[in-house]
Design a protein around this ligand. Sequence first.
Ligand code: GTP
Ligand code: MG
Length: 300
Amino acid sequence: MAEPVAPVLVVIPTYDERDNLGPVLSRLHAAVPAADVLVVDDASPDGTGELADRMAAADPRIRVLHRTDKTGLGAAYLAGFEVALRGPHQIVVQMDADSSHAPEDLPALLEALADADLVLGSRYVPGGDVQNWPAHREWLSRGGNLYSRLALGVPIKDITGGYRAFRRQVLEELDLATVASQGYCFQVDMAWRAVQAGFRVREVPITFVERERGTSKMSGAIVAEALWRVTRWGIDRMLRRIAAVPSSSDAPARPVAVRLDPAPPADPPVGRLLRTTPAGTAPTTGNPSDSAAPDGPGRA
Ligand SMILES: Nc1nc2c(ncn2[C@@H]2O[C@H](COP(=O)(O)OP(=O)(O)OP(=O)(O)O)[C@@H](O)[C@H]2O)c(=O)[nH]1
Ligand SMILES: [Mg+2]
């Protein structure tokens, strides 16, 4: 069983996930017993916040951030990251509460951080999978990924996925105050910023399973937001390339420099790399020869 040396905080946003929270936290602590958890609940009408409070009272690894309004996944994560950065955790993980993100995949994500700054759980790299999703959801997801890849020129196969592990430094250095994305384009926004800032981004395969309990918060408005924001970032990017036009205010402003891993490393035993990564170790610098321009060939 993987035991990360660096303290890990798993941020779990919840809205009406009463039937999912208990099982997902049990599985998480079975997979990574040392993980701390921050549940970010937006006053769920079904009592998820109160359930989380009871779980927190019984387990010192669990904390709860209560917000008074449902203002979207992006806002919930940003609030969670703010709390995370006030604490000691060197690794911050994003995970849905609905068990679509298998806690059993977390050791692999943490292990991949040994030579990355941001690890994306990916449904669309070899070894990744999607189970029980209706065809229209899978096509929406694949279409969104293809569109984002083309618009932004980033060779990431699953840039819309929400199962991720960040080194603390990434969250410290990205200008989170300017992140305006609310729905699932928050995921695109964060990955795009990390790539532009030159952080090493890696994808590792995960098996995504459609929720069995509770209801999805996906909506037409969330899809529309993703479409217009990604289109705008893509246009900004093109303008910058053609005429060196400065980026607009809510687009990432740092110069484009991508360091994507050229190839996944060999498969070390789970936990070995984690134990050789001391808490607080700064990310190693990527080999310049591994660098790729955003339009260049990528590992993913
Ligand atoms: N705090 C908070 N959590 C949210 C909000 N919207 C969604 N969530 C949570 O974010 C996670 C992902 O939301 P889902 O509804 O599963 O959305 P999704 O995974 O994109 O869509 P599905 O595949 O249909 O489940 C779940 O844990 C939700 O409870 C929100 O506005 N506030
Ligand atoms: Mg979900």
